[in-house]
Ligand binder design. Structure first.
Ligand code: HEM
Length: 433
């Protein structure tokens, strides 16, 4: 199909939907998605002069996002990068990796049949049955975190004191990374996912050019690799029950994992497991801090908590998109898609589709059903979804036990990132019990 026949986004909207600052501003972006769902639900997004990237299809309807997520034979993860990047970033990744568009090779970059073989290595670990065995450990981490918050009160930044360190600590325990190395892991994952946000990418410099951001990401990957090479040696010499020992000693088709695949496995577990849960945890707290009635209700009736957790995950949608590549000529939502085309599953847009969620911008603790797409769907559906829910439930149980009331003490701020996003500061005033 000739480019001019495609439903193309106008240049201003095309720029806005890939601009990290749009994700920080949030509401205007949701307005854009609302308009696109009506006017151009499968929209062709082309580069602008100041943001050069390969063109792609942007999906804003829930049904289309679901269909593409579930059809893992037609929509592949491996051929091209799964996280939206400017052309410069893609070229850099190719140089860095020796030809692949993926800076890191991991579960999210594999397709069948290799994907399932790798996923099975750790899948059991993240199932509810196994997680029950670490609930007490998670509760201890939650209790210590809430104590630190109370000690710092009555005014504090919930992101800095609770929602950032808590999931990090949990996932590092699971992985088997010693506590003293956690600050380094936090810095590296934030550099990996922080995009152009000067606070998260640790540069402190606003509006860094894309080539510098790419180099920050590459530096983080290299540092991760050096760290995990050392950890592999230790876990091979002294294997224990943690996930790092499983990865270090894993065999696929009778062979140990090669270095790139092994590093990618550690990195995805380390990185996917905390900034995401941090964002949904902070979102849940924001919703409760803005609604004292809801706080009182759930304090009196803890059976409301799972609904609040689920709604916070939808409302925040911490993973904002993933990309797919069409394996063949096909069709999505009535739009022809050519083999090789790149598509963006925008989970933020899907989770705010009014055809599926009544009044989608409203935080509705009683929303039922709540079949959101924040964890994706299909073969790549989030491996850590039970862990994320469990961590949030335990933390909020602890908070409700220890905190009498909570209110906003300033303006919360969202991070500038197209990929993993959410609150980066949440100023609160608390009254401990
Ligand atoms: C994959 C979201 C927490 C580990 C994913 C995907 C999404 C996602 C959208 C891709 C799904 C798809 O392509 O269909 C989230 C959210 C979280 C969260 C919103 C928190 C609220 C976690 C945690 C872990 C984790 C705690 C645990 C370590 C992974 C892994 C994958 C993944 C390993 C790759 C799975 C695969 O490709 O087979 N997550 N995640 N995530 N997530 Fe999560």
């Amino acid at each position: 199909m000739a480019t001019q026949d495609k439903p193309r986004l106008d240049p201003v909207t095309a720029r806005a939907v890939i601009d990290p600052t749009s994700y920080a501003a949030w509401d205007p972006l949701l307005d854009t998605f609302d308009r696109l769902r009506e006017e151009m639900p499968v929209a062709w997004v082309e580069a602008s002069e100041d943001a050069v990237h390969p063109p792609f299809w942007l999906l804003t309807r829930y049904d289309d996002a679901m269909r593409v997520s579930k059809d893992n034979a037609t929509f592949l993860n491996n051929p091209r990068t799964v996280v939206f990047s400017l052309t410069e970033g893609i070229e850099f990744a190719k140089q860095f990796s020796g030809g692949s568009e993926h800076m890191v090779a991991s579960l999210v970059t594999f397709d069948a049949p290799i994907h399932m073989k790798y996923r099975k290595l750790t899948q059991e670990w993240f199932m509810p049955k196994n997680l029950r065995g670490i609930e007490d450990e998670i509760r201890k981490i939650a209790q210590a975190t809430v104590q630190r918050m109370i000690d710092a009160g009555p005014e504090l930044d919930f992101c800095k004191l609770v929602s950032a360190p808590y999931p990090l600590h949990v996932v590092m325990q699971i992985l088997g990374v010693p506590e003293e190395d956690e600050p380094r892991m936090l810095m590296l994952t934030q550099q990996l996912f922080g995009g152009s946000d000067e606070d998260l990418n640790q540069s402190g410099i606003k509006d860094l050019p894309p080539d510098v951001i790419t180099q920050i990401v590459a530096g983080a990957v290299k540092d991760f690799e050096a760290y995990f090479a050392k950890l592999t040696a230790e876990k091979r010499a002294n294997p224990s029950g943690d996930v790092a020992s499983t990865i270090a000693n894993a065999m696929v088709d009778g062979e140990p994992l090669n270095d790139r695949d092994m590093m990618g496995y550690y990195i995805i577990v380390a990185a996917a497991g905390h900034d995401t849960t941090s964002a949904s945890t902070a979102g849940a707290m924001l919703a409760l801090a803005q609604d004292p009635e809801q706080w009182a209700k759930v304090k009196a009736d803890r059976s409301l908590l799972p609904g609040i957790v689920e709604e916070a995950i939808r409302w925040t949608t911490p993973v904002q998109h993933f990309m797919r590549t069409a394996a063949e000529d096909t069709e999505v939502g009535g739009q022809k898609i050519a083999k090789g085309d790149w598509l963006m599953i925008n989970y933020v847009a899907a989770n705010h589709d009014p055809a599926v969620f009544d009044d989608p911008r409203h935080f509705d603790a009683a929303r039922s059903p709540n079949r959101h797409l924040a964890f994706g769907a299909g073969a790549h559906q989030c491996l850590g979804l039970h862990l994320a829910r469990l961590e949030m439930r335990i933390l909020f149980e602890t908070l409700l036990d220890r905190i009498d009331s909570v209110e906003l003490a300033g303006e919360p701020a969202r991070s500038k990132s197209t990929f993993v996003g959410g609150l980066k500061t949440l100023p609160l005033r608390i009254k401990a019990i």
